[in-house]
Design a protein around this ligand. Structure first.
Ligand code: ZN
Length: 132
């Protein structure tokens, strides 16, 4: 089963939890045991799995990425002025794969799936692919 969802970011950098949307797709997929791939179809956004309960951690991701990849010093900035956004997205990666067992995502207690917006606000398409 494959499905696309659309997520709208509101800020330039933002971490948006999509765990509920992915879990809903898995529940509908009728796959008891398999894998779920979550993939964002954009070059300036990423998918991560990490702490999902503390909003402070989401702010930490934004802050840490800002320190690693400062604005305005990259070759790509000469093309369309968002070199830092591409580097952040490349560093984190566009997808995550989660095992599925008993029709559910096998996430740990504190793990959630999030879209990391690196060059918003924009509408982003995320592909959820569930396979036995
Ligand atoms: Zn660009």
């Amino acid at each position: 089963m494959q499905r696309s969802i659309r997520v709208r970011s509101r800020g330039k950098f933002e971490v948006i939890d999509v765990t509920r949307e992915v879990a809903a797709a898995v529940a509908e997929a009728r796959v008891a045991e398999g894998v779920c791939t979550v993939f964002v179809r954009h070059a300036t956004a990423a998918i991560i799995i990490n702490e999902n309960a503390d909003p402070g951690f989401r702010a930490d991701i934004v802050s840490a990425l800002g320190k690693l990849f400062p604005e305005g010093v990259w070759e790509h900035d000469k093309v369309d002025d968002n070199g830092a956004a591409h580097l952040k997205a490349a560093f984190l990666g566009p997808s995550e794969t989660i095992p599925v067992r008993d029709h559910r995502l096998l996430l740990g207690t504190w793990q959630g799936i999030a879209l990391v917006e690196c060059d918003g606000p924009r509408e982003r398409e995320i592909v959820i692919d569930v396979r036995a």
